[in-house]
Design a protein around this ligand. Structure first.
Ligand SMILES: [Zn+2]
Length: 381
């Protein structure tokens, strides 16, 4: 990672480079800021810069042997510690056990990652990861060795607020008096959750939120979204690049779901068996996560159509084309069938999660929907 590849954060970059030019690299630094503003990418770029054999005033060279190893995150003097938990395959979890998925995720996401993504990557979504006692021992052991080839040995501790409190005292001494030419970079999203004993031993580097224009630029560089959708998500991304990317994916998914859903409901309404067979075949191929997403979307749109039917428009939040569809669809969603839709789609979600056959499931559901759409509310007395 080079400085030039980092989104915004010009002041932080300048300050970090200055420490190198002045030969005043502080041995324990705390990178603090919201998720998705580039702390981890910056830590890696900074370490690469320090160890580059041919750096300029502005950036690392990107081509010397040290830079090449840094870019693949395989430099023997670059170490990572991050929150982990036991999995089916790893009974005694340490960061080293998970270094492969770590490198893969960082490469895929261009070093902008968040905690959920990490937990998902190593399959511990339902657990709380921690930086455990074994990892604290490993930090001391690793830094006790001489560096292999680099000028600086670098230890990046990602999400330092996840440091297991009882294990933290182990690393206080080495944080305070590290072996020569050692650099600790602790990364955290939460000042409140960082132990004071750790906080007081580090030099603080604060990361501000990104500017909207910087995020828009990064989205247009890294994704194929339109300027309009980039603008729309930036308004609610609160200065976090990661958040903007997540919102963008959701928006794209919603557009896709909308096209599936409207086609599906039309075929059900017309009781067009041929169309329904085609729809079922298509939806069987999109994979379980997308099928779940489509069902949740359907549930939401049917509820919104019901709200429009009973004149509760103020509660409905939809994009323009979705609103047009939901308004036309709303006369068919009423007191007589709303609970049936809700119940059957929830059932379908339940079964999809438990590996039901999607062709059978979507065909059954479609035939039920055909019947539900014919139901009319009891006449008002
Ligand atoms: Zn270099």
């Amino acid at each position: 990672m080079q400085f030039k590849d980092i989104i915004g954060q010009e002041e932080v970059k300048a300050r970090l480079k200055h420490t190198v030019h002045e030969n005043r690299v502080s041995h324990a630094q705390l990178f603090l800021g919201e998720a998705g503003v580039g702390k981890l990418a910056m830590a890696i770029a900074y370490a690469q810069y320090i160890n580059c054999s041919d750096r300029t005033l502005e950036d690392s060279c990107g081509v010397c042997p040290s830079c090449l190893k840094y870019q693949k995150l395989v430099h023997p003097d670059l170490h990572f510690v991050m929150p982990v938990a036991s999995t089916k395959d790893v009974k005694k979890p340490t960061s080293a056990e998970f270094i492969e998925p770590w490198r893969n995720l960082l490469e895929r996401q261009k070093q902008y990652i968040n905690l959920n993504e990490w937990y998902e990557e190593i399959g511990i979504e339902n657990k709380q990861g921690i930086i455990n006692k074994d990892d604290c021992n490993n930090i001391i052991k690793t830094l006790g060795y001489k560096s292999y080839e680099a000028e600086y040995k670098v230890m990046i501790i990602w999400m330092a607020e996840k440091l297991y409190h009882a294990a933290a005292p182990k690393i206080l001494k080495i944080l305070e008096e590290p072996p020569e030419k050692t650099l600790f970079i602790l990364i955290s999203e939460s000042r409140e959750q960082i132990l004071n004993t750790i906080y007081s031993r580090t030099q603080l580097v604060k990361f501000p939120r990104l500017k909207d224009a910087q995020i828009v630029q990064a989205l247009s560089d890294n994704t194929d979204c339109t300027t309009e959708s980039a603008q729309r998500v930036v308004n609610i991304a609160e200065g976090s690049y990661k958040q903007a990317v997540r919102l963008l994916n959701e928006t794209e998914l919603d557009a896709l779901n909308f096209s599936f859903f409207s086609k599906w409901m039309r075929a059900c309404y017309q009781n067009n068996l041929q169309e329904l067979v085609a729809f079922t075949a298509e939806v069987s191929k999109i994979g379980r996560e997308r099928q779940k997403s489509l069902l949740s979307y359907s549930l939401r749109t049917i509820r919104n159509s019901f709200l429009i039917n009973i004149d509760q428009n103020a509660m409905v939040k939809l994009e323009a084309d979705e609103r047009t569809f939901a308004t036309k669809f709303s006369p068919f969603i009423n007191q007589a069938n709303i609970h049936l839709f809700t119940e059957q789609i929830n059932q379908a979600l339940y079964h999809i999660e438990r590996n039901a056959n999607p062709s059978i499931l979507f065909m059954d559901l479609s035939l039920q929907v055909v019947q539900f759409l014919k139901l009319k509310p009891a006449a008002v007395q």
